[in-house]
Design a binder for this molecule. Structure first.
Ligand SMILES: [Zn+2]
Length: 568
């Protein structure tokens, strides 16, 4: 990329798939001249929706808008911050911990269970870890995992944690609510099979759950010995044939966060004990170890200010926000005191990086805002909030203001760095791909998580845009990032029984499940191809596999915020 000369771009006006394009659904005209001028300075040189986006810091990239505007932006290089050495002790043996309701690896076809969800009845107490008698931090009251399998939760509401409520009462705002109990992340830890069935997923060979398992096995097989997932060097772990599809190496922290989220999203934690023999490597694998090593890597790559991933690359807030999300969930799922400090500092840095009264972009308080980075930040804050970390309101309020600002009132399309942002491409990489309403999905999810108002017209308006462009594993329509946010947003809006979700879900499953690599494909078994995806060039195979696994976990990762699908 370095040294590539900017080229004059032909305007791509008229592309029917332009993202947030100045072309309303009815095909009429819509002029954006004024905002284009205004936004020239802020224009992203890379892409809009990128999951974490990975763009090469070295590139000279050109974006093309619908109108004849060509912008180039010189990337900046931010020096690595000094790492902070931390003494880690994640080895403390735990008592027997059983993930009730979750099928053991290799036993995905066992009958569904109605076992109650695992929950954290002492969540409030242990969230704070105040110890009057100075007992060992790791043994404080409430830090025992014994309660993990003890009691069903009382949560399951939609408004987030409520001050003053009794311990353990969480209005889960879409997170939790597993079969039989729920609360917080209960949907993952218990009753998952029922949630899969009710949400339109499927068990057994060829089902969404088998695809999740295969994807997690691929991720486990390609973790670096140091605990991270290498965006470019993951193939050093390959068994026989090398898996193709490296991305950009500045995104290792983001990819490590995403891979961890894929495991955590299915309810596995560092306490998971089950093992299996990987048929491609003949090595015995324990996902608990995989997760533990990934968390260790994140913590050891957190700087003194709380930023994960070393601030290298010019877009380090993608890395940080995704890693902070993973860390918040790792803490929320296990209540480990040891994780709390890193998780809280991660959120603290997130808030410190926010532009005053606004949102986020590539680096700390850079003055620019974009919807894509902001979406990950909102996810991280929400998971932190329900995990009992201190978040405060300014983060959510700024994010809400930003989403409002960039939402088109007529069609509810959500822009990238401004209202009505047109299709943005990375020169020489993905200008041939179709654009989608990925950021509209991000905006819907932010509104849902912040406001919890199903009557918000932007939600149904966005839903209509999404179902008009269903997932298709077809040429230049493939966009895993769009499918991820579209699945989350629509499941939150009216899953699992609503018409928007049902139509989307069938298309999503048909796009993802049959296209996953299988055993006969060798080491790539369980992964998804990279070069077919609109953003695969940046995130590589670790990204494509992790994001697709997360999409297939939509049935239980976050319960419907509006109560849809609750057990009758
Ligand atoms: Zn491989």
């Amino acid at each position: 990329m370095r040294g590539q000369q900017p080229m004059e771009q032909e305007p791509q006006y008229g592309d029917e798939y332009q993202q947030g394009a100045p072309m309303p659904p009815d095909g009429g005209q819509f002029s954006f001249s004024s905002w284009v001028e205004e936004q020239v300075r802020n224009t992203p040189w890379w892409l809009i929706s990128i999951a974490f986006h990975l763009i090469v810091l070295a590139g000279m990239t050109v974006i093309t808008f619908d109108e004849k505007v060509t912008i180039k932006e010189e990337p900046t290089i931010i020096p690595l911050s000094a790492k902070v050495d931390k003494k880690l002790d994640l080895e403390r043996p735990r008592d027997v911990f059983e993930r009730k309701g979750i099928p053991k690896v290799g036993q995905e076809n066992s009958p569904p269970t109605d076992e109650p969800a695992i929950f954290f009845p002492d969540a409030e107490e242990s969230d704070h870890n105040e110890s009057a008698d100075n007992e060992d931090y790791g043994k404080m009251k409430g830090d025992s995992e014994e309660f993990l399998s003890a009691m069903p939760g009382e949560g399951g509401g939609i408004r987030g944690r409520q001050p003053g409520k009794a311990p353990g009462v969480y209005d889960a705002m879409g997170v939790g609510g597993g079969g039989g109990g729920g609360g917080r992340y209960g949907g993952r830890l218990g009753g998952r099979r029922n949630l899969v069935a009710r949400g339109g997923g499927s068990q057994g060979p060829g089902g969404t759950e088998s695809a999740v398992t295969a994807g997690l096995r691929w991720l486990a097989r390609h973790q670096s010995p140091g605990g991270n997932w290498s965006t470019t060097g993951f193939d050093q772990q390959c068994a026989s044939t090398k898996c193709a599809g490296p991305g950009y190496n500045e995104y290792d922290a983001g990819n490590t966060g995403l891979a961890l989220l894929a495991f955590l999203g299915a309810g596995y934690t560092h306490l998971t004990k089950e093992t299996y023999v990987d048929p491609h490597t003949n090595k015995t694998v324990c996902w608990g170890e995989v997760i533990k090593n990934g968390i260790k890597w994140l913590i050891s790559n957190q700087d003194a200010e709380g930023c994960f991933g070393g601030r290298h690359g010019s877009k380090y807030m993608y890395n940080h926000s995704i890693a902070a999300l993973a860390m918040a969930e790792a803490y929320g799922l296990t209540n480990r005191a040891l994780f709390k400090d890193a998780a809280q500092k991660g959120i603290d840095f997130l808030l410190a990086a926010q532009n005053p009264y606004k949102a986020w972009r590539y680096s700390k308080q850079c003055g620019d805002n974009d919807t894509s980075v902001t979406g990950w930040c909102v996810m991280a804050m929400k998971s932190a909030d329900i995990s009992g970390l201190t978040v405060g309101r300014t983060g959510f309020e700024g994010a809400k203001a930003w989403i409002m600002e960039v939402t088109d009132e007529a069609y509810y399309k959500v822009g990238y760095t401004a209202k009505g942002t047109g299709k943005v491409v990375v020169q020489g990489k993905n200008e041939d791909w179709d654009g989608h309403e990925a950021l509209t999905a991000v905006g819907m999810l932010c509104r849902t998580f912040i406001d919890h108002n199903k009557q918000d017209p932007a939600l149904e308006g966005g839903a209509k845009l999404l179902v008009a462009d269903l997932p298709q594993y077809n040429g230049k329509k493939i966009d895993y990032y769009y499918w991820y946010y579209g699945s989350l947003a629509l499941f939150q809006y009216d899953g699992p029984d609503g018409k928007y979700w049902k139509g989307w879900n069938e298309a999503m499953k048909n796009a993802l499940v049959p296209t996953q690599k299988v055993k006969k494909d060798g080491c790539s078994d369980g992964s998804w191809d990279v070069d077919v995806d609109r953003w695969g060039f940046e995130g590589g195979r670790v990204y494509t596999t992790a994001i697709n696994v997360l999409t297939l976990e939509v049935y239980y990762r976050y319960e419907n915020a509006f109560g849809g699908g609750k057990r009758k």
